[in-house]
Write a protein that binds this ligand. Sequence first.
Ligand code: AMP
Length: 281
Amino acid sequence: MKIFKEISLLREFLNDVKTGRKTIGLVPTMGALHKGHLALATASKTENSITVCSIFVNPTQFNNPADLLKYPRTLERDTKMLEEVHCDVLFSPEVTEMYPANSMLKLDFGPLDKVMEGAFRPGHFSGVGQVVSKLFNIIQPDRAYFGQKDWQQFAIIKRLVKELSFPVEVKSIPTLREQNGLALSSRNLRLSEEQHRDASVFFTALDAAKKMILQKHSFPKIKSEVKAIVERIPGIKLEYFEIADSENLTLLENVESSKRPIMCIAGYVGEIRLIDNMFID
Ligand code: AMP
């Protein structure tokens, strides 16, 4: 696996790749890799000649400085994991390489970033849109791979690609979970053993909500049941539970008003914030 920290050297390498009519798949990550990330890399490997994985803890998408500081960084281990799945290129730039000057650009995704993650993490999607745009410009991938776990992010990136005419096909890969249902996440590294066990309650609550939707219970009743399930466990707090249209992210009052509704949940296990989601179909 080739490792680049400098944009210019990576561009030089990829230019040669491009002239050979090879396709490039990009897997953007913030590192602290797990099997979910590797599933994205594997999907890219099957569909492209070259897979580039980026590891960059992007400061402009963190609205909470403590969260940025405590974000797990395990580059050496990540490198080994990527080598094991035969990733071709790792791009792991320093912050000064990506943002040599103080960043001023702000992106606004209208109604898409005013709900759920966007409402609770102001500025988050501006930073995500910025770093993904930079990666698309630097790497010029044919395809880019994202996880369903961050569904709102995926919906926003699809919009970004459309509005800025990036010649990139964006793909969503299903969420990988532990046996108890807990979605794999880099932030799980910060959970104690007990918290790790308890955190599966977000999946349990989504599953219960899905059953209630299929049984045609009212949304207010489903929402209060979800809160009760999650907060039954000491140390766990629900931040939001919403049912949204999976394309335009409009929050729904009934599932009939959407072609493909998705349930999204966020909450805290101690001080660690986790998110998850589930389609109803
Ligand atoms: P992150 O490093 O958390 O920014 O995630 C990088 C990419 O991996 C994003 O597209 C995530 O949606 C995706 N991802 C994170 N967790 C999972 C998971 N459990 N299963 C599949 N993809 C995931």
